[in-house]
Ligand binder design. Structure first.
Ligand SMILES: CC/C=C\C/C=C\CCC/C=C/CC(=O)SCCNC(=O)CCNC(=O)[C@H](O)C(C)(C)COP(=O)(O)OP(=O)(O)OC[C@H]1O[C@@H](n2cnc3c(N)ncnc32)[C@H](O)[C@@H]1OP(=O)(O)O
Length: 325
């Protein structure tokens, strides 16, 4: 009798607390939200055994991401998903890789079992070489529009994800690669690689939202110096200025450390965590939502400039020459 009464009182309390929160943040709540909340509050043991069992995770599951460019696995026991970029040789972000990432992030957003996500790479030495320069060099009008819009959507989905995120940076991470890691809440990097927003070195300008992502990680003064000079940081330098949070000895260690970081959120109220994150990121997210079209037009006119095309051509030649040596 007493446990039943306690359960009814607990449940009423939970529902009341949820409904007090909801009008402020305009969250849709449904039964599954309640179940998540209840599970977090550790009351699933009091639910019907069949329902409690259904809530218990079982094993590691490969989820369909419909793209060989992105592998998505879910640890059913912990609810931690791993998204692995798999576009050899350097995971340069072309339209198809971005579409694969977007699909994976949106899928996880809809997956009520997802408790966190680790973003990593299948390459032994490169996390991501950033945007595929071939998408910007002599671009086809329709494709380049779709390319940039998809990048904006990937940024919105990752920077604004409701689940906690970690980048396990197991290789070099210039420009767009660094951006992806900056969208995550925590960065763990393997030794002796480089990371940074090096756009000015290519003769291009990192858009406002690239910069605001960096400003979310390091102080303004450091960001100003890094962005204007296009500086790439070694793993140790990145740790010193706070561009990364931890160093791992290798990829396996980076994943283990990522899981440890994410596991702390098991004890944190998921709605409180999510709303705190989204409130902190609100102005950058809102700017993007309201300025997608403007940002697209700036990009299109920027990459259309002959001087920008010349810079990209020179940079590509430099990469090829390096390869030929
Ligand atoms: C007011 C204006 C406002 C807004 C303007 C709007 C927009 C403009 C800004 C757009 C933002 C762009 C951000 C970017 O991400 S640009 C991309 C920057 N990336 C880089 O600088 C990285 C370049 N690559 C490297 O440094 C190295 O490749 C790397 C350290 C990652 C790995 O070195 P490794 O020795 O392992 O490999 P490589 O031999 O160098 O490369 C292998 C092959 O891959 C090709 N490659 C490398 N990177 C790219 C890339 N980013 N895109 C396309 N191709 C790439 C390289 O050429 C080699 O090719 P092959 O010779 O084998 O054909």
């Amino acid at each position: 009798m007493l446990p039943t009464m306690m359960f009814v009182i607990d449940t009423a309390g939970l529902v009341l607390r949820l409904f007090l929160l909801l009008p402020i943040y305009r969250i849709k709540v449904n039964f599954l939200d309640f179940v998540r909340y209840a599970k977090m509050m550790n009351i699933t043991r009091q639910l019907r055994p069949s329902l409690a069992k259904a809530l218990m995770p079982t094993a590691m599951r490969a989820m369909s991401a419909d793209s060989k460019l992105v592998e998505l696995t879910m640890n059913e026991k912990t609810g931690i998903a791993t998204v692995t970029m798999n576009r050899p040789p350097v995971n340069s972000l072309n339209l198809e890789l971005l579409q694969g990432l977007l699909k994976a992030f949106e899928g996880l957003e809809d997956d009520r079992k997802c408790r966190g996500m680790i973003l990593t790479s299948s390459s032994p030495t490169v996390f991501s070489a950033g945007l595929d320069i071939m998408e910007m060099y002599k671009p086809k009008p329709d494709r380049v529009k779709e390319f940039w819009t998809t990048l904006q959507d990937v940024w919105l989905a990752l920077y604004g994800s409701s689940f906690p995120t970690v980048a396990a940076i197991n290789g070099h991470s210039p420009a767009g690669g660094c951006l992806l890691s900056l969208c995550c809440e925590y960065r763990i990097m393997c030794p002796n690689y480089s990371i940074g927003l090096n756009e000015t070195k290519l003769g291009i300008v990192a858009p406002k939202w690239f910069m605001s992502s960096m400003l979310g990680a390091i102080p303004y003064r450091e960001a100003e110096l890094a962005l204007t000079s296009g500086r790439m940081f070694s793993t140790d330098e990145a740790l010193k200025i706070g561009l990364i949070d931890e160093v791992a000895s290798d990829k396996a260690d980076a994943i283990a450390k990522s899981e440890k970081f994410l596991s702390q959120f098991a004890k944190i109220h998921p709605i409180a965590r999510k709303l705190t994150k989204l409130n902190l990121r609100h102005s950058a997210l809102e700017w993007m939502q309201e300025n997608k079209e403007l940002d697209l037009n700036i990009f299109i006119s920027f990459v259309g400039q002959p001087i920008v095309q010349k810079s990209l051509e020179k940079y590509l030649e430099g990469l090829k020459a390096k390869q030929a040596k």
